[in-house]
Design a protein around this ligand. Structure first.
Ligand code: 1HE
Length: 260
């Protein structure tokens, strides 16, 4: 649902790509409680036509993180529940109905990086920069960053970012794994949309497996992971759509893998 701080639209022939845009430009898309709840609400209520999503930020920055003006009002118990509220919202992004591509530019900092980390693909343009200023603000990550960010870049790099205030530029961010794609300035959204449209063409069960099974398999001990993989593979390949797609390839009617 579109609000003053979050715009939702649907693109593609079948409205298959949801575009979710942070529009709190005056505050650099800082995430207050209302905006976090809007993100949660949006992912919980995507129409069934949607097969992939793009999230981006209006203005010069993707997201300045937690709205620090709300932080001063909380005691410890409220802080705990606030963090859990972020967890619930970003869980809907990561384990929601469809894969999400983040289009990053400018500041991707604090809670903004936590939001980006909950997405499945990150595309950054050359203006993007990444930081975890929580360290210098005397606080800690609270939006799932302690779980997700080490899985992207390793615990040592995250520790360094928070201890020293280190800022990664766009090129280094791609090098260490904060983004999977680096594109020229101003092209992050177009590339993210192109990728989302491609993701939307996959069999839904394949996308489901990648979103819901793969990250869990990766966390399992190997012997359990192999079994979960086998069960997911069996379910995916038994779907009629999988059989049709394989038949199309064998009949020479589906695209070959090409390096171009
Ligand atoms: C904000 C916020 C915010 C901007 N909360 N109001 N995040 C941070 O520590 C990052 C803080 N922000 C910045 O470092 C800079 O704002 C930016 C590098 C992102 C952008 O700089 P710039 O020069 O384009 O904008 P600005 O002039 O700094 O900010 C414009 C307005 O946005 C200004 O308000 P105004 O009323 O004076 O116009 C800023 O106060 C406001 N603003 N960022 C509140 N974050 C789940 S736990 C997660 C914990 C965290 O995320 S901690 C990290 C918080």
């Amino acid at each position: 649902m579109t609000t003053p701080d979050l715009h939702l639209e649907f693109l593609g022939e079948q409205q298959e790509v949801a575009v979710i845009r942070l529009t709190r430009v005056a505050k650099r898309n800082a995430l207050n409680d209302a905006l976090i709840l809007s993100i949660r609400n949006t992912f919980e209520n995507l129409p069934a036509t949607v097969r992939a999503a793009v999230i981006d930020g209006q203005g010069d920055h993707f997201c300045a993180g937690l709205d620090l003006s709300e932080l001063t009002e909380r005691d410890a118990g409220q802080g705990l529940h606030h963090s859990r509220m972020w967890h619930a919202a970003l869980e809907r992004v990561q384990f929601g109905p469809v894969p999400v591509v983040a289009a990053l530019h400018g500041a991707v900092v604090g809670g903004g990086l936590e939001l980006a980390s909950a997405c499945h693909i990150r595309v950054a343009d050359e203006t993007a920069f990444y930081a975890l200023p929580e360290g210098s603000r005397g606080i800690f990550v609270g939006g799932g960053g302690a779980v997700r960010i080490p899985r992207l870049i390793g615990t040592a790099r995250m520790t360094d970012m928070m201890l020293t205030g280190r800022v990664y530029n766009a090129a280094d961010g791609e090098r260490i794994g904060l983004a999977q794609y680096l594109v020229p300035t101003g092209q992050a959204f177009a590339k993210a949309l192109e990728l989302a449209e491609r993701v939307a063409q996959n069999a839904p069960l394949t996308n489901y497996a990648l979103m819901h099974a793969l990250p869990r398999i990766a966390e399992q001990p190997a012997d359990q992971g192999y079994l979960t993989e086998a069960m997911m593979a069996a379910i995916a390949q038994s779907a009629p759509e999988a059989k049709e797609r394989v038949r199309a390839f064998l009949d020479g009617k589906a695209a070959k893998v090409s390096k171009d």
